[in-house]
Write a protein that binds this ligand. Structure first.
Ligand SMILES: [Zn+2]
Length: 64
């Protein structure tokens, strides 16, 4: 896939059609919620996203 994708934030979902809203790219930033390292890309942080696990928990889909 992408080696580096620092621009064009509109249509570069990491998992198109999937439930994740995280973006494609290097995940080298920690999740702001669970503090796990290497969860988010710079684009994710820019959009104030959290990691899939935290997003699922917030949306009531945890428990896996
Ligand atoms: Zn998290």
């Amino acid at each position: 896939m992408y080696d580096d994708n620092g621009d064009g934030f509109d249509c570069d979902f990491a998992d198109p059609g999937g439930r994740s809203s995280l973006r494609a790219g290097k995940r080298n930033l920690p999740c702001p919620t669970c503090k796990q390292p290497n969860r988010l890309t710079a684009a994710d942080r820019q959009h104030r996203y959290q990691c899939d696990a935290c997003a699922d928990r917030d949306e009531g889909r945890g428990g896996y």
